[in-house]
Design a protein around this ligand. Structure first.
Ligand SMILES: C[S@@+](CC[C@H](N)C(=O)[O-])C[C@H]1O[C@@H](n2cnc3c(N)ncnc32)[C@H](O)[C@@H]1O
Length: 535
């Protein structure tokens, strides 16, 4: 591999004697890995279920090597092709470079947190954060590149995330809308990508285009806005996949000088992980931004992943906390989750003039939180019910998803219905890619469930499911978009016994939802959208 001369010279002067070991890694294979999706399955369960039959996506336990810093993370080999396996399409894991799993682990996300992933596409770290949340709290996942948010939304949906909103915004717009709302903010910044040369040689050409100086200016702008989004007492994790001190320690030094209410939280990691401390001693005088010695020294509490010291590509991570004293704990106008499951319906985008759909006369008690949605309001006229997208969803849910227990607010955008996590502030206009979990479309005559809804369900929640195994031809046929003709007794209910009725049926493979089909008693029409098929 031919490295840029300027890069080589810089690294040689920074690393001194260590540079020989560093450069030697460029003639060694790159590291690769995957991370089991904790929203669906853990590593132990995956191994126990799929290793004996040889149906798993990667080598068996005898050569299984865990990525020490990542829950559910394992190293993969060249011969493993996990991105081609059906389990990848089912969202059971995400294929991710091992070092890239570190930032989300360090951010200390717990269920119920409000989390923002500011530079998120294609969504590797967002799916990891979603797994940490376990469906509780809120994940706002954003990227300013519109094209890249398509993959982001799809990856978040494939992972079965039910509490995420996807935006396509500049950080300043989010800061204006949310203010200091988030308990956790991840800034996985655009960078010169020096740490990825071994993974992707295109990065070398990119490096010449996106200079270190240009990236460092972008990081400055992003971090300035990110600071405003962190709630008092909240944490911010900044990461890059580059080695240059100008994009790492210097970016954080500037951030600390502009935001005295933040400080570095030293990363505590076992020695065997092979992480190395940040290098404040590599900063030029002008890169210290006038910080006192103590603040400069605190940069040693940030971490570097060096490929000659740890088993991963190059990375940098800095964990920061915002002081909590003397500031409001809550942003203004936060809508609290109610005691009751009200299934309120809002029309339009969040913040775009919320207009609750007229409630029906008759004052029927709404089902309690956790209860399934109920029947139509008797006094509602047929035409009003026809127009009410919520009624169409409820009719679908009663028939198809009797075990479904959604939480949140319902939001209509055109024909599309979204489920939005409760805890949202009143927002200004934002460019939403997904203002919540896309449940489906309420068309003129009925409700059509989305792929995202299917991916976030559990098999037992559906009144009808077709349960296939990944080794079966039928499973591949389904994933390729073909019509199936299963034996009628293979269409089963939540208890696994043959199910009555026809219509929307959840197709599951190895116990995990793959998508929808429509069962007419003989044929299962395949409703898997082309973009979700196995190729
Ligand atoms: C390193 S990548 C993110 C990778 C992602 N976190 C993951 O784990 O899959 C950096 C991302 O930042 C985005 N980006 C660049 N400038 C941005 C900005 N001003 N605001 C938000 N995102 C930005 C890029 O489009 C790119 O997708």
């Amino acid at each position: 591999m031919r490295l840029p001369e300027k890069f080589e010279n810089t690294m040689r002067s920074l690393l001194g004697e260590e540079s020989a070991a560093f450069f030697a890694t460029y003639s060694q294979p790159r590291t690769s890995g995957l991370r089991l999706n904790g929203l669906k399955i853990g590593l132990e369960e995956y191994e126990a279920r799929f290793r004996p039959s040889g149906e798993g996506a990667f080598g068996g336990l005898e050569r299984l090597q865990r990525i020490p810093w990542a829950q559910g993370g394992v190293y993969t080999d060249e011969q493993d092709r996990p991105g081609k396996h059906l389990h990848y399409y089912l969202g059971l894991y995400y294929v991710q470079e091992p070092s890239a799993m570190l930032p989300a682990e360090l951010l200390d996300v717990r269920p119920g947190h409000r989390v923002l992933d500011l530079c998120a596409a294609p969504g590797g770290k967002s799916t990891q954060l979603a797994a940490k949340l376990q469906g509780r709290g809120l994940l706002v996942t954003n990227d300013n590149a519109a094209e890249r948010t398509k993959a982001l939304a799809k990856n978040v949906e494939r992972a079965g995330t039910t509490n995420a909103l996807v935006t396509n915004e500049e950080p300043a717009a989010l800061a204006a809308a949310f203010g200091g709302f988030f308990d956790r903010v991840l800034v996985d910044a655009p960078c010169s990508g020096e740490g990825m040369f071994r993974k992707d040689e295109d990065m070398i050409r990119e490096w010449e285009k996106h200079s270190v100086e240009r990236c460092s200016l972008m990081q400055k702008d992003i971090l300035r806005e990110a600071a405003k989004l962190v709630a008092p007492g909240g944490k911010l994790l900044y990461s890059t996949c580059t080695f240059s001190p100008a994009e790492n320690e210097a970016s954080i030094a500037r951030f600390l000088s502009e935001n005295p209410e933040f400080k570095v939280v030293p990363v505590q990691a076992p020695a065997e992980w092979g992480l190395a401390p940040g290098r404040p001693d590599w900063l030029a005088v002008e890169e210290r931004f006038g910080l006192d010695e103590e603040r400069i020294a605190s940069l040693a509490g940030t971490v570097r992943v060096w490929p000659h010291r740890a088993r991963g590509e190059g990375h940098y991570a800095a964990l920061l906390v915002r002081r909590s004293e003397g500031e409001a704990a809550e942003p203004a106008a936060v809508r609290k989750a109610g005691e009751e499951w009200e299934f309120p319906l809002l029309i339009g985008q969040p913040g775009a003039g919320k207009k609750p759909l007229k409630s029906s006369p008759g004052g029927k008690r709404t089902p309690g939180r956790g209860e399934p949605p109920r029947g139509k309001t008797p006094s509602k006229s047929a035409s009003a019910a026809d127009e009410d997208p919520r009624e169409k969803l409820l009719a679908f849910a009663r028939e198809t998803l009797p075990g479904w227990r959604p939480e949140g607010m319902l939001r209509a955008r055109g024909e599309q219905l979204y489920l939005q996590p409760d805890a949202l502030p009143e927002l200004g206009r934002l460019n939403w890619v997904r203002p919540g979990l896309l449940l489906g479309s309420a068309t003129k005559h009925r409700f059509e469930p989305s792929q995202a809804l299917a991916m976030g369900l559990r098999m037992e929640e559906a009144s009808r499911s077709l349960r296939l195994r990944s080794g079966e031809d039928e499973a591949l046929k389904y994933m390729k978009g073909e019509t199936l003709q299963p034996e009628p007794d293979r269409i089963v209910g939540p208890d696994g016994e043959p199910a009555a009725g026809r219509g929307w049926t959840l197709v599951c493979i190895d116990g995990f939802p793959a998508g929808w089909g429509r069962w007419d008693g003989t044929i299962l029409k395949n409703e898997l959208l082309p973009g979700w098929r196995w190729i």
